[in-house]
Ligand binder design. Structure first.
Ligand SMILES: N[C@@H](CCC[C@H](N)C(=O)O)C(=O)O
Length: 291
């Protein structure tokens, strides 16, 4: 039976977004969703995402990465996790340019003085691309209201996001409304929910309810979505030499939406916390489970 039992892990974080890195390149095994859910328990190794590294499928890439949420579901993108695996691979190889492939495309990462810059690719805004359950004419202010939240701007940045721009973020009960919006009938694949408040045209305060993980201290892809949604709705300026700063509970990310190729560049830190081995009981298995 495929199991993660006895596999080594590295616990990392990107602005407090809790990431477990599993380097499975030497002996690949798919991550069983039930083991992921068990591992996420507070008494095991609580995490928001697992970044599981597999042998590269494409020449010139370091690894193929699968992203597993705390609820066992799989995601196409994870900005904070991408910076974590870039740091992991940079420390391992001594290189400062790393390229990963995720189910959503290539992730080109560079170590820079301020942390790591990850190229998150080009955002998509078509209703089928988000995806939505039915056609809408525009995705920059969609007809969706829940209590004091309305008219989100949507983006797919490898995963689906709804950004609600508000005047007072404090007035939003995201812990209660997040789960309802994540599973709103408009979003057949569910969605990540961002509550954004403009502190200045180039500075956004953002709180996020993550699909499959709930309230987190930071979400890199949500920061990318909030920044491009702010730029495309005229709330924020779009300039290659002037990033938009996105302040999350865990800290700041800096986002550029590059004119030449429409790609989003996200810059921020990543941190290694500790390493260990996944004991069977952490995965909800009886001890003595063979690897
Ligand atoms: N924490 C992430 C996003 C992880 C995936 C997301 N929850 C989803 O299911 O789409 C980030 O930093 O981007």
């Amino acid at each position: 039976m495929a199991t993660l039992a006895n596999r080594p892990f590295v616990k990392m974080n990107g602005l407090g977004n809790e990431i477990v890195v599993l380097d499975l390149r030497a002996d690949p095994v798919m991550v069983p969703p039930q083991e992921a859910r068990a591992l996420a328990r507070p008494e095991a190794l609580p995490f928001d995402q697992i970044m599981a590294l597999y042998p590269p499928k494409r020449a010139g890439t370091d690894a193929f990465v699968r992203i597993i949420n705390a609820d066992g579901s799989e995601a196409g993108a994870c900005g904070n996790g991408t910076r974590c695996i870039a740091l992991y691979e940079s420390v391992r190889t001594g290189r400062d340019h790393l390229v990963f492939e995720s189910p959503a495309g290539l992730l080109d990462c560079r170590m820079v003085p301020d942390g790591i810059t990850a190229d998150m690719g080009a955002p998509r805004f078509g209703w089928q691309e988000i995806p939505l359950a039915h056609a809408v004419a525009h995705t920059d202010a969609v007809d969706l209201t829940l209590e004091n939240l309305s008219s989100p701007a949507l983006a797919n940045v490898g995963n689906p996001h709804a950004t609600f721009f508000v005047d007072e973020a404090e007035a939003v009960d995201l812990a209660r409304l997040g789960p309802l919006l994540e599973r709103h009938e408009l979003f057949p694949d569910r969605a990540n929910i961002g509550i954004a408040r403009l502190l200045a045209p180039d500075h956004i305060r953002l709180d996020v309810w993550e699909r499959g993980a709930g309230l987190t201290r930071a979400c890199g892809s949500a920061a990318c979505a909030a920044a491009v949604n702010a730029m495309r709705t005229g709330r924020s300026p779009r300039a290659d030499n002037r990033p938009v700063r996105v302040s999350l509970p865990g800290g700041d990310l800096f986002i550029v939406w590059r004119a030449a190729d429409d790609h989003i560049l996200m810059t921020g830190p990543a941190e290694t916390e500790f390493e260990g081995v996944l004991a069977p009981d952490m995965l909800g298995l009886a001890s003595g489970t063979p690897a």
